[in-house]
Each structure stands twice: as structure tokens, then as C-alpha cells.
Design a binder for this molecule. Sequence first.
Ligand code: ATP
Ligand code: MG
Length: 251
Amino acid sequence: MGKTIVFANQKGGVGKTTTSVNLGSYIAESGKKVLLVDFDPQGNMSSSVNADSTKNGIYEVVSGKAQVKDTIQNTVVKNLDILTSNINLSGAGVELVEYKDWEHFLERSLATVKDDYDFIFIDSPPSLDVLTLNGLTAADSVIIPLQCEYFALEGLSLLLQTIKKVQKNINSDLKICGIVFTMYDSRTNLANEVVQEVSGYFKDKVFKTVIPRNIRLSEAPSHSVPINLYSPQCIGAKSYEKLAQEVLERV
Ligand code: ATP
Ligand code: MG
């Protein structure tokens, strides 16, 4: 049965989508079957792998018009599938809470395909709303992408409190798989200070691999392919390849 990992941080633009897509792609490249679940109305994960967001996706599943099994699309990467999302999902919160046990909706939906995959990677929106809560409930573990900036730390404690509440009340099995630093710039003192402070506190929860700021990583989505297809030799690609190995060792 597949391991489900949610990528969460209510702070916007910290690398949730970039990390979930590229990790997923490297793990798929290693021969594991991976399902990406775009659970963000922005649909960035879907466009990052050239999926067709006009076809049925997770929104149609939420609104009861489609089943997960019939909505999954293949991607350009072998072994990598996706359940797409689009802007319609932004109104789905109201529909979701109409379900009994709405927190478990995504978990129930993904249970129908969990046996078909080694990993399910859920991308979540930059908020702690019903979508993110559904993601945390559906997941076995959470990966927290953290930008190496001062304000990144402010949001972290709120996120950790939320995770604790979910563990206590809804999903006692939820683990923190790890914290990954993104967009690291070794030239700035602040980035080094943030890495040292967070690593000192969270110790082995922090992944050893740090993702550097790398222009290729930001270009790849505009070509609708993950970094292993766009620029496999660049430092950003090598970093996500290493991170994929670390994740495989941890789970
Ligand atoms: P949101 O909260 O809006 O969903 P996010 O947390 O998913 O954002 P991303 O979309 O992954 O964040 O990244 C934000 C922006 O930074 C994107 O334009 C992305 O291409 C770019 N980016 C992400 N990681 C890197 C990196 N290591 N180096 C350079 N650019 C990056
Ligand atoms: Mg995103």
C-alpha cells in the first residue's frame, strides 16, 4: 500500500509545488509508482507536468461528479500520474463540509487507489483551510518546505500547532517526515542563520539536502516538465535527486 505524503506550509511561495513535483518525478524515475494530487485551486502542480486541467480532476471528485480512478491522468514522466485541480476547487470548501466526516474526504477518495501506487504526494494551498486539513488527514506524513528567510520561522510554529491538533483529534498516525530548506542562497548570512537555528531545534527532522536557489527550477514549470526532464545536470536537479534518496530512506 502506498505511502501518502502531504506538502504543507500556509506561507505562500515557499516551494511546496516545486518540491512535490520534482521529488515525485525523481522517485518515479527510480521505478516507484507515484501519484501526484494537486489539492490547490491554483493548479500549479497540474501545469508543472503538462496535465489537462480542463478534464475532470479533484474538484469533480469533491462535487460527486467523478471517481478518482477515472480522473487520474498519466504524465510525461513514466510511473508518474496526476489527479489535477483547477480554480473551481477554490469553491470546494463549502461542498466538502457538507459531507459527514468531511476532514476524511480526501483520505476516503484516495483509499480507492492507494494500492496502485508506492507513493501519493499531495500538494496543498498556502493556507490552513479545509483543503490543507483534508491533506493532513489523508497523509501518513508531512514534508514542510521552508524558505531560508526570517519570516519563514514565524509561520512554522502555527503550522506545527495545527499538525499537533490534527494528530490529537483526527489522524494520530500523522508523522513529520521532515523539514526541507528551499531557495537557499549560501551568500547570505540570514540563510545560514535560519538553517542553523532550525536545524539546532529540529535536529534530525531536517533533511540534510538543502535545495539551493536555482533559476532552472523556476524555469521548468514554464516548459511543463519536472526538472529531471528539463535540466537534469543543474544543481537544482541534483539536489532534488539527493532529496529523493533521503525521503526513500526515511519512509
Ligand atoms: P504557493 O503557496 O503559491 O502554492 P509554493 O509554496 O507551492 O507556492 P512554488 O510555487 O513551488 O511555491 O515556488 C514559488 C516560486 O519560486 C515559483 O515561481 C517557483 O518556480 C520558484 N522556486 C521554487 N523553488 C525554487 C528554487 N529552489 N530556486 C529558484 N526558484 C524557485
Ligand atoms: Mg504551490
